[in-house]
Write a protein that binds this ligand. Sequence first.
Ligand SMILES: Cc1ncc(COP(=O)(O)O)c(C=O)c1O
Length: 436
Amino acid sequence: MNDFLNDPRFADIEPFKTKVWLSSPTMHGEEQAWVDEAIRTNWVSTVGKNINEIERQMAAYIGCRYAVALSTGTASLHLATKLAGERLYGQALPSEGTLRGHKVFASDMTFDASVNPIAYENGEAVFIDTERDTWNMDPDALEKAFGLYPDVKLVVVAHLYGTPAKMDEIKAICDRHGALIIEDAAESLGAKYLLNGNWTETGNLGDYNCISFNGNKVITGSSGGMFLTDCKADADKVRKWSTQSREAAPWYQHEEIGYNYRMSNIIAGVVRGQIPHLDEHVAQKKAIRERYEKGLAGLPVRMNPWDRDKSLPNFWLSCCTIDEDSMAPMVRGERDYLYKSESGKSSPQEILEALAAFNSEGRPIWKPMHLQPLYRNYAFITADGNGRGRSNAYIAQNGTDVGADIFRRGLCLPSDNKMTPEQQERIIEIIRACFR
Ligand SMILES: Cc1ncc(COP(=O)(O)O)c(C=O)c1O
């Protein structure tokens, strides 16, 4: 760790007295009232008015017919994956997942909760590389993947950092190949996409749709998630599975395997108090993004891009990459890293350390799934085809790996909606000092 506080490049910059977070919960007070009401009326289990109300309000916001409140976004993704598996391949034995023996295409640069449910259901993820226009699943790589694995019938797509993926292209490819889409909108609640001429909320773009109310998301219940659909049978099934799959009998009767995945009415009270502030939070995140764009101008960095014609991100996290020729040397192992400071250049790890030294929180770009030890043996498809084994001594190394490149050169900047413009100015100063 460099001694940034005594480094002349950072002279005159004061550490923050209170920490500036990457993205932390922002409470308003209404949350307390709904939680108190649940306690006062003794509705503190997994049924109650708060749950009913947030399901109604979120379905209305997203523009779908049904919303099912669950304990986490991960639970929602698991049950979405199971629903898709059953529809495609039939019901499995309780000891076997619905995807046993089947491959599933999945976003590569995402949080692992997007793709772990494929493994929970015994399926095999095939990771699809990232494009540079929105940092999401590359439709060209997806098309290549269908060429290599024509039997695949399921695709999991995430909208990274709140920026919608190229859903029109991805949907057209999936339609052509008869594949279903699980949409992971955990990070993108409030983001919109222009699909077939209609502005549509993310969370309403797939066959099965999931959002998260994790503490770091644009609105939170402290935890929580939701499954969103227009299909009543799917909503009913998810509600049943999430409450241990009890059958309508006088005793505990089970014909399918169940889960304890339902949201509690207390958590739902927090979400209920947050929903009226969703658009306000998105506006704050947008203002943060705009201040970074202005403040970082002139530095050899680029902010995370989006499709300005077809999408309105929620700007959950502001991120940037350092231009290649301004990257100071940096290497990362599985758990440690080394970097060198060089005049006029910097690296993500140096900037992250500098931010930490001044009491603020950034984060590396989500490490792509194909680089994770957990998924090292799983296929990875790029726009050039097979992304594995590209270093054969007899084959020219012309393959791309966009995800690895963004991970290497990128970082997530402090994006907390309680960060003041003055605090953000100081963050920008710290980043500028890194390039001195
Ligand atoms: C892309 C993505 N998918 C899924 C999840 C999982 O949501 P949860 O933490 O609510 O389980 C998260 C975040 O936590 C996420 O960022």
